[in-house]
Design a binder for this molecule. Structure first.
Ligand SMILES: [Zn+2]
Ligand SMILES: [Zn+2]
Length: 281
């Protein structure tokens, strides 16, 4: 099966509109075009200050996304590259309770009209779950259980608000360099609950290829979890590099298509105005 240019896409890219990236949208699109990608969607972090009573040291986003400036920058890049490569406007929404609480009032002020919203859980009690300081005190089993439990709670709350379209880096907890081997089978029931909730709401799962270049050496989620999503009736899968610099945009997207096919999918989802269409892979 050939992987047409149209299906080489990257639906998870951060630029200087996220506080953890210095990349510009223009250089990311230029690199994507050079690598023959058919489309990119920028997905800047959408997170809000946590409650003041959170324990320290807590993970605090330094600033909230300037949606208007972001929209203008992406529009300019989209116009410049029209006819060569599709450019979309997205966001990566934190699924922590305080983020979901702040989302409505934020969008009431200015809603830029996203093409896709990735829902992701990054922290528990203010600690990033990918850090040894989260996973080491609990151990991998308990840390995973707590992480998936918190993710499930966030997903249930977020679907009530139609707040996201695909679930981002679903098993991120395995990223910690001290985690060891992650076994999805140990958490099958919780994973099933999460995935059934996603499927029931017509939502999707992201295959996040940053795991290839990080300690796990495999995407988030791994093959067993993506297969479970398929077996349960999941249909919507996107692919994203989670790039924070232009050099990794589109990285491993061809490899990700083989991975997605190995999980039983024959189509990839494309999003415009938070509505999926499908392209064969
Ligand atoms: Zn993320
Ligand atoms: Zn990200």
């Amino acid at each position: 099966m050939s992987h047409g240019r149209k299906t080489l896409i990257d639906y998870h890219i951060h630029t200087r509109f996220s506080e953890d990236s210095l990349a510009t949208p223009e250089e990311c699109v230029a690199d994507a075009a050079e690598r023959g990608l058919g489309g990119v969607i920028f997905t800047e972090h959408l997170e809000f200050p946590p409650p003041p009573d959170w324990p320290e040291p807590a993970y605090h986003p330094g600033r909230v996304l300037d949606a208007r400036a972001y929209q203008e920058a992406v529009s300019a890049v989209r116009d410049r590259w029209a006819g060569t490569l599709d450019v979309g406007l997205g966001a990566e929404l934190g699924l922590e309770p305080h983020n979901l609480k702040a989302l409505g009032p934020y969008l009431d002020t200015y809603d830029p009209g996203f093409d896709i919203v990735i829902g992701s859980l990054h922290s528990i009690r203010g600690v990033l779950v990918q850090l040894p300081e989260y996973t080491d005190p609990l151990g991998p089993q308990a840390a995973s259980r707590e992480y998936f439990g918190s993710l499930y709670a966030g997903v249930r709350e977020a679907v009530r608000m139609r707040a996201f379209d695909v679930l981002g880096h679903l098993d991120l907890v395995k990223r910690s360099p001290t985690f060891g081997v992650f076994r999805a089978g140990d958490h099958r029931e919780l994973l099933r609950e999460i995935l059934v909730t996603i499927i029931r709401e017509g939502l999707g799962v992201e295959v996040n290829t940053s795991g290839y270049r990080q300690p796990p050496g495999e995407p988030y989620p791994g093959l067993e979890t993506l297969r479970l999503f398929r077996e349960l009736g999941g249909e919507i899968v996107t692919v994203g590099s989670d790039s924070h610099r232009a050099a990794t945009v589109g990285q491993e997207s061809a490899r990700a298509l083989d991975f997605i096919r190995a999980a039983g999918f024959r189509r990839l989802a494309l999003f415009r105005a938070r509505h999926p269409t499908f392209v064969p892979i």
